[in-house]
Design a protein around this ligand. Structure first.
Ligand SMILES: [Ca+2]
Ligand SMILES: [Ca+2]
Ligand SMILES: [Ca+2]
Length: 360
């Protein structure tokens, strides 16, 4: 009997491993630069606000693979460098894409266009986002489109550049996601159709855990949290006037990244670089656990090398715990002034909130 169990474990172990490593290229994790809140990029097609982003955030051609036609990298045919950024608290992703192409194809009304295709899975749910890649076929074409396509992870076919078209086609049932306030884009270029030259594409998008067919009212925006991993891949679809795609250079190295979020690549939402941070910074939040009994949970969010915490709850009592749960014994009279003071080898800081903790 136990022999069978061992065989069963042996058989299922590879499946378990696959679940744990659901993304492509498990050996790499790319970085998403955190912009300080006073340096949010302006979507104007200019690169100046990205000069602060270090070199090791730049993702170039050497990371891409043409899984369409298997052509070698030739930077005189196509060259692309991408930087990705975010701002803590904004739930948006910013991109700067700098490209060179020897033949820009963009003035035909149909789908043939030089494109920067982007797939984003903000909550790392994985799995097929296009109905074509689903194994279950218990739905018809319309149901597949309206129920699944791009709903839990989104695919943008961004026109490089856009001429007589929206800036991006949305390959899914939620074209509304390309509009403000969820998204915006701007280009800089000087070439004409058929020319060679450089293009700058700057844009922002909002990733969605749920982006339904019928518009934003039932949608759920992905919450972007520092140090979390999200799934992203892009592919450059290069058309050079030959009536077909020249190449499909993609970051994932697996063509089905276009429609399966499990084939994306890991990106980490990086903390602020040290040069933007104070050496010690006091910050906290709270949650009222029980209003009738006046029980409040306080949570330290301070940053830096901290060795001691002092909470003053505004009712004459204090705590030295990092994350105290406090019961106000008497009705404090609406507002209470709560102060957290933190201290460490780099100094001392406090955060006082005179109005936030209101108890009835
Ligand atoms: Ca800019
Ligand atoms: Ca080309
Ligand atoms: Ca081209």
């Amino acid at each position: 009997m136990y022999k069978m169990i061992i065989i069963a474990i042996f058989l299922f172990e590879p499946l378990l491993c696959n679940t744990a490593q659901s993304l492509e290229r498990p050996d790499v994790k790319f970085k998403i630069f955190q912009f300080p809140s006073n340096m949010i990029p302006r979507i104007d097609g200019k690169t100046n606000d990205w000069e602060t982003v270090p070199e090791d955030y730049c993702i170039g051609m050497d990371q891409l693979k043409d899984t369409g036609n298997n052509t070698e990298i030739d930077k005189s045919d196509l060259d692309v460098t991408v930087r990705v950024g975010w701002v803590n608290g904004m739930d948006k992703l910013y991109f700067l894409v700098e490209m060179y192409d020897d033949y820009w194809e963009f003035e035909k009304p149909g789908g043939v266009n030089d494109m920067f295709e982007l797939v984003v899975d903000g909550d790392l749910s994985g799995g097929p986002l296009s109905p074509q890649l689903r194994e279950d076929k218990t739905f018809d074409d319309w149901e597949g489109y309206a129920m699944f396509h791009g709903v839990h992870a989104q695919n943008y076919h961004i026109c490089t550049p856009a001429y007589g078209k929206p800036w991006t086609l949305v390959w899914g049932c939620q074209p509304w996601i390309r509009e403000l306030p969820w998204a915006n884009a701007e280009y800089s270029y000087g070439f004409k159709h058929g020319d060679s030259g450089n293009l700058i594409l700057e844009f922002l998008i909002t990733p969605f855990d749920y982006a339904p067919y019928d518009g934003p009212s039932r949608s759920v925006i992905s919450t972007l949290e520092e140090n979390n991993i999200i799934g992203i891949s892009w592919a450059v679809i290069d058309n050079d006037g030959k009536g077909k795609h020249d190449s499909f250079f993609n970051l994932s190295h697996k063509t089905t990244m276009y429609g399966n979020a499990s084939d994306l690549v890991a990106f980490r939402l990086m903390p602020l670089e040290k040069r933007f941070r104070k050496s010690i910074d006091a910050q906290w939040t709270f949650k009222i656990l029980d209003m009738d009994r006046r029980i409040v949970a306080f949570k330290d969010l301070s940053r830096g090398n901290i060795t001691s915490w002092l909470w003053e709850f505004g009712d004459g009592t204090t705590s030295k715990e990092q994350n105290p749960v406090h019961q106000y014994k008497e009705k404090p009279g609406y507002y209470t002034t709560t102060i957290l003071t933190v201290e460490g080898p780099d100094g001392k800081a406090y955060m006082s909130k005179p109005w936030d903790v209101a108890i009835k």
